[in-house]
Design a binder for this molecule. Structure first.
Ligand SMILES: *[C@@H]1O[C@H](CO)[C@@H](O)[C@H](O)[C@H]1NC(C)=O
Ligand SMILES: *[C@@H]1O[C@H](CO)[C@@H](O)[C@H](O)[C@H]1NC(C)=O
Ligand SMILES: *[C@@H]1O[C@H](CO)[C@@H](O)[C@H](O)[C@H]1NC(C)=O
Ligand SMILES: *[C@@H]1O[C@H](CO)[C@@H](O)[C@H](O)[C@H]1NC(C)=O
Ligand SMILES: *[C@@H]1O[C@H](CO)[C@@H](O)[C@H](O)[C@H]1NC(C)=O
Ligand SMILES: *[C@@H]1O[C@H](CO)[C@@H](O)[C@H](O)[C@H]1NC(C)=O
Ligand SMILES: *[C@@H]1O[C@H](CO)[C@@H](O)[C@H](O)[C@H]1NC(C)=O
Ligand SMILES: *[C@@H]1O[C@H](CO)[C@@H](O)[C@H](O)[C@H]1NC(C)=O
Length: 421
């Protein structure tokens, strides 16, 4: 063996030595052994869930602060299949808030595998959906407070609640992930949000998301968020918010969402803030959105509210509201679902998503408060309805002072000057 070969071998060994293979014991919870070993692998290490192994993650994993660490999910991971067992853990005071939690750190990669047979994280959501069980559900992956993070090639199978949350992280790249929260019965996959983007400098791309809530939701405090080249099916839209609940002061800036297919989703592009909020959401663009059988392709409301609590609040002019500025909806093409339908998350009459005076043919609904929205424009919209009826809009001209790209009224969709180029 040449000297060079020996050196290379030593170098390879030096890296390989830092690989921790998560042990597995059939029929037992694999979390305790991992947690016991983790303190020795918090930096310059790979934590490997091996291909060929189905791990039992019967109790939650909280990773310590990590630096230069890759967590590789090459085997299958399963939650407990028994609902009360999970509920007892989620309901306990020591629960961290998600089944898999990160605590912070720098240069952390969460990586699945491109092998289609392995790397699935099975939440056993079907049983929860069939039972309409929403108490103490386990959220998925809290990728918190990570600077320079990557989430790639992850595959979630029937997650029970939200999938990925990135609150407090910066410089994140999330790509090639797959979320399959699809029910094979009437049970609906409630609140299975795809990505909750909270933080700064985040790029989400090439993700495949089938779920029952927001495909992406951009939360308060988020800045410089880019979501693109993705597929969203069955959920509740490309969403900003909700913002301003309970008077919260919102701050969301610089969001670009582009090149997305929205199929059988309740909403396409969506903004929601609560009456009585405060603060500002600005510079938000949705462009190149293909929508297939979507009831509400473009929907903005500054009056999001909880029907369970009472009637929609009035704007008396005395409370503050979340201001919105520089919103662009550009190049939207597809079909509006305008036949009578009941979306799976509808459990009330009227449904939570019912809009007064809507006919089902609306390509855009702007439900705005006066003097709070500026420079909102929708251009190059190419809607068709399933029934062939003309597309319409809902828009109160008393709430805006600029050309929104279409005639602002409750009526037929008529593009205006700003909407044509
Ligand atoms: C951590 O590493 C040290 C030194 O190699 C070793 O003595 C100790 O047993 C390890 N701890 C665990 C929990 O593996
Ligand atoms: C990030 O961590 C990985 C190990 O997961 C390491 O190989 C890489 O060199 C680190 N990058 C930087 C810039 O330190
Ligand atoms: C891994 O889990 C997925 C989802 O539950 C399943 O379809 C697949 O068959 C499993 N792979 C193996 C090799 O057991
Ligand atoms: C976000 O990216 C910008 C531009 O690259 C950079 O100036 C800024 O420091 C980054 N923010 C954080 C919190 O890392
Ligand atoms: C608006 O947001 C986009 C996308 O994040 C960004 O590239 C651009 O610089 C922002 N413009 C302003 C004026 O802040
Ligand atoms: C809003 O105003 C209408 C008409 O003035 C009134 O009937 C309704 O009760 C008010 N709603 C609330 C929540 O105050
Ligand atoms: C409205 O906003 C202003 C300025 O942020 C604040 O001083 C005031 O307390 C707010 N009023 C309410 C009712 O929240
Ligand atoms: C619904 O339409 C009626 C009749 O045009 C109008 O008086 C009412 O203000 C509309 N309601 C809303 C919430 O737009």
């Amino acid at each position: 063996m040449s000297r060079l070969c020996q050196l290379l071998l030593i170098a390879t060994y030096a890296v390989a030595a830092k690989v921790f293979e998560v042990p597995h014991a059939p029929g037992q919870d694999d979390t305790p052994a991992l947690l016991a070993a983790l303190p020795n692998f918090t930096s310059d290490a790979t934590i490997l869930f091996k291909k060929g192994v189905s791990y039992n993650i019967l109790t939650p994993i909280v990773f310590p602060v990590l630096n230069n660490v890759e967590v590789r999910i090459e085997g299958n991971l399963t939650y407990p299949s028994d609902i009360p067992t999970v509920q007892a853990i989620v309901g306990s005071s020591s629960f961290s808030g998600a089944w898999f939690s990160f605590s912070g750190g720098n240069n952390v990669t969460l990586r699945g595998t491109t092998d289609p047979k392995w790397g699935w994280v099975d939440g056993h959501g079907q049983a929860w959906w069939d039972a309409m069980q929403q108490v103490n559900r386990p959220h998925g992956w809290a990728f918190k407070k990570i600077n320079n993070g990557v989430i790639r090639d992850m595959k979630l199978w029937k997650p029970v609640a939200w999938s990925f949350s990135t609150s407090g992280s910066t410089n994140l790249h999330a790509f090639n992930n797959k979320i399959v929260a699809v029910s094979n019965s009437k049970g609906f996959p409630f609140n299975t949000d795809g990505f909750s983007a909270g933080g700064t400098n985040m790029s989400f791309e090439n993700n495949w998301i089938q779920n029952g809530d927001d495909c992406i939701t951009v939360g308060n405090g988020a800045k410089n968020i880019h979501f693109r080249n993705s597929y969203c099916e069955g959920g509740h839209g490309l969403s900003i918010g909700s913002l301003g609940k309970g008077g919260q002061v919102a701050d969301v800036q610089n969001v670009l969402i582009e090149n997305v297919v929205m199929k059988d989703s309740l909403y396409g592009a969506r903004f929601k803030s609560w009456t009585g909020g405060n603060g500002l959401a600005r510079n938000i663009t949705w462009r190149n959105i293909a929508f297939i059988d979507v009831p509400f392709p473009i929907y903005i409301t500054q009056n999001y509210w909880d029907q369970g609590v009472g009637p929609q609040p009035n704007n008396t002019g005395t409370v503050n509201n979340t201001r919105i500025q520089d919103f662009v909806f550009e190049n939207f093409a597809g079909t509006i679902q305008d036949k009578p339908f009941v979306e799976g998350s509808c459990v009330s009459d009227p449904c939570w998503y019912a809009v007064t005076n809507a006919t089902g043919t609306e390509v855009a609904i702007f439900d705005l408060y006066p003097n709070t929205a500026s420079n909102i424009v929708a251009k190059r919209l190419f809607p068709r309805t399933q029934t062939g009826r003309p597309a319409t809009v809902l828009c109160d001209s008393a709430t805006i002072s600029t050309d929104v790209g279409f005639k602002c009224w409750d009526g037929k969709f008529v593009p205006t000057k700003a909407g044509l180029f």
